[in-house]
Design a protein around this ligand. Structure first.
Ligand SMILES: [Zn+2]
Length: 146
């Protein structure tokens, strides 16, 4: 385990969540061998690391509305360890993550557009097939006809 990652993982308080996310990805779980915090629910080491994920700091980026960084953090966690969240949440967060990265908010117009898109038949496969976040944003923001 890289020393820096170990230091961050041991005490994530005050560390930026993106740094902690990277440290977790570079740390093997001593119990299950997955990236720490991403192993199966019920792996004690991963359960604790996943819970501690939320201790890290999330300062908002300049030029985005307050709460945007929190929304990106949650959506990123859902994307990284989808099996640790309710299945119905996964496509909603997957559809909104590119919009959040572009500066949107989860309760804003983009989130409503993503919900309409999913409710109209939008799928994770369609998101996976998109070549870029810009393509996903265009896909989600344009209502499905028919
Ligand atoms: Zn584990």
């Amino acid at each position: 385990m890289p020393v820096f990652a170990a230091t961050v993982v041991a005490d994530p308080r005050g560390v930026g969540w993106r740094v902690l996310d990277g440290a977790l990805a570079h740390t093997d779980c001593p119990a299950c061998g997955a990236a720490l915090g991403s192993g199966p629910v019920g792996c004690g080491e991963c359960d604790v690391a996943h819970d501690w994920r939320w201790l890290a700091a999330e300062p908002d980026r300049q030029g985005v509305p307050p709460g945007n960084e929190h929304a990106i953090r949650v959506a990123t966690a859902v994307a990284r360890v989808a099996h640790r969240f309710p299945a119905h949440m996964v496509p909603r967060y997957a559809a909104t993550l590119p919009l959040l990265i572009a500066g949107g908010l989860p309760g804003g117009d983009d989130a409503r557009a993503a919900n309409r898109w999913l409710d109209s038949g939008g799928t994770l496969d369609a998101l996976d097939a998109a070549a870029s976040t810009a393509e996903i944003a265009a896909l989600v923001r344009v209502p499905i006809s028919g």
